[in-house]
Design a protein around this ligand. Structure first.
Ligand SMILES: *Cc1c(COP(=O)(O)O)cnc(C)c1O
Length: 379
């Protein structure tokens, strides 16, 4: 009996390497509050991402990173000529629930824009018609690490004076025309969750253009404390601890090897699954991918539906993921607030798509086994 295969598996360094990295914490007892590991990881990440150390702030997770940058930009506090709050944010519902929750939890209104059928990112041609005199920002998502049309989004944002925050949780290490994703928009957030290409167990970061934001973000993530007797912001607590930062320091040493292994798996899937009627593979690639996910889509004309193929894989103890299903505007907590039919492409994609297992340790024999099952059902 072959082993169960899950959609992903957290990357971990050798035990010895990690112990070596955390050993000194038993001498210093400085285990959180932006200690030396936190500082070192910030520096190494800024080098990896091709930015300066003053343009990145680490967080306890990607979600808090997003909430904090929304706070730091004071989105939703400005008023328009009519005296109304500018609290609308253009975003997409084809994402992990975190993106939508962060917007709503910060008192803002998501205005859902549809996505494109070829790469599942926001359809930039539909953004302008959604802008009103209450719009304050655009929060697009580099879904599966597919880079949004950043040039066009930039043009629109400048024209209407809107902030752009990219949810780049999937896009660690992705480059476009040699340029790291960290350079796009006013800011981007990364997630370093266990399931992502690079992890700090739980963790995240904001990267941003304006260096003054570093101090503000560091304050927001530490209760708003600016010095022992002063609290300038009504901040929360979202600091990355030293054990997480140490995990990041170790994992970062191996992340390029991991991406290389993911590419082999990706290429194998492409080789084995190309040309099957009704099966659409991982989208356009006009950028350097991190191979974080391997989405496949089953059109109506495919022999099986997405749910049927998902079930067949499950019967063989292969656990793909319906990522993303449902779209965020359909979740129970948002019932009655949004009309999911206004984003018909997102709605349709969510019915047809799933992501196949991909992680550096996944054996090519196992990829073959997955492909054998898919081929036997769809050909
Ligand atoms: C993982 C993820 C997040 C949240 O990141 P955490 O680090 O888990 O808080 C946000 N957005 C997207 C698209 C994600 O995939």
């Amino acid at each position: 009996m072959s082993e169960k295969i899950f959609v992903t598996k957290a990357t971990m360094p050798d035990m010895e390497e990690y112990f070596e990295e955390v050993k000194e914490l038993w001498d210093t007892h400085w285990i959180t509050n932006m200690g030396p590991k936190h500082d070192a990881l910030e520096k190494e990440l800024s080098e990896y991402l091709g930015i300066e150390k003053d343009n990145i702030a680490l967080f306890v997770n990607g979600h808090q990173a997003l909430e904090c940058i929304i706070e730091a930009f004071e989105l939703g506090t400005e008023k328009n000529d009519k005296g109304e709050l500018k609290d609308e944010v253009i975003t997409t519902p084809f994402t992990f629930v975190s993106t939508t929750n962060a917007i709503v939890r910060k008192g803002l209104k998501p205005v859902f824009c549809d996505i494109k059928e070829d790469d599942y990112t926001i359809d930039e041609t539909k953004i302008e018609s959604l802008i009103t005199d209450r719009t304050c920002a655009i929060i697009p998502v580099h879904v599966y690490g597919n880079v949004c049309n950043v040039e066009e989004i930039d043009r629109i944002a400048k024209k209407y004076n809107l902030k752009v925050i990219y949810d780049a949780a999937h896009a660690f290490g992705v480059k476009k025309d040699g340029d790291s994703c960290a350079h796009f928009g006013d800011a981007s957030i990364y997630s370093f969750h266990a399931t992502k290409v690079f992890n700090t167990i739980e963790g995240g970061a904001v990267v941003f253009n304006d260096k003054d934001l570093k101090r503000t973000l560091n304050n927001w993530k530490n209760f708003g404390i600016t010095d022992p007797e002063h609290v300038e912001y009504i901040g929360g607590n979202a600091k990355m601890n030293e054990f997480a930062a140490a995990m990041g320091i170790c994992n970062l040493r191996h992340v390029n090897d991991g991406i290389e292994k993911r590419k082999e798996i990706h290429d194998k899937y492409i080789e084995r699954l190309s040309g099957i009627e009704g099966l659409i593979l991982s989208g356009v690639e006009n950028f350097e991918s991190n191979y974080a996910y391997f989405p496949i889509r089953l059109e109506e004309k495919a022999k099986l539906s997405r749910d049927e193929l998902f079930g067949e894989l499950e019967n063989n103890e292969i656990y793909a993921r319906k990522y993303f299903y449902p779209i965020t505007s359909q979740y129970d907590c948002y019932r009655g607030m949004f009309d999911p039919t206004l984003t018909p492409i997102a709605l349709k994609m969510a019915e047809q798509i799933m992501t196949l297992p991909i992680y550096p340790d996944l054996k090519l024999e196992d990829v073959d086994r997955i492909c054998d099952i898919i081929c036997s059902k769809l050909k």
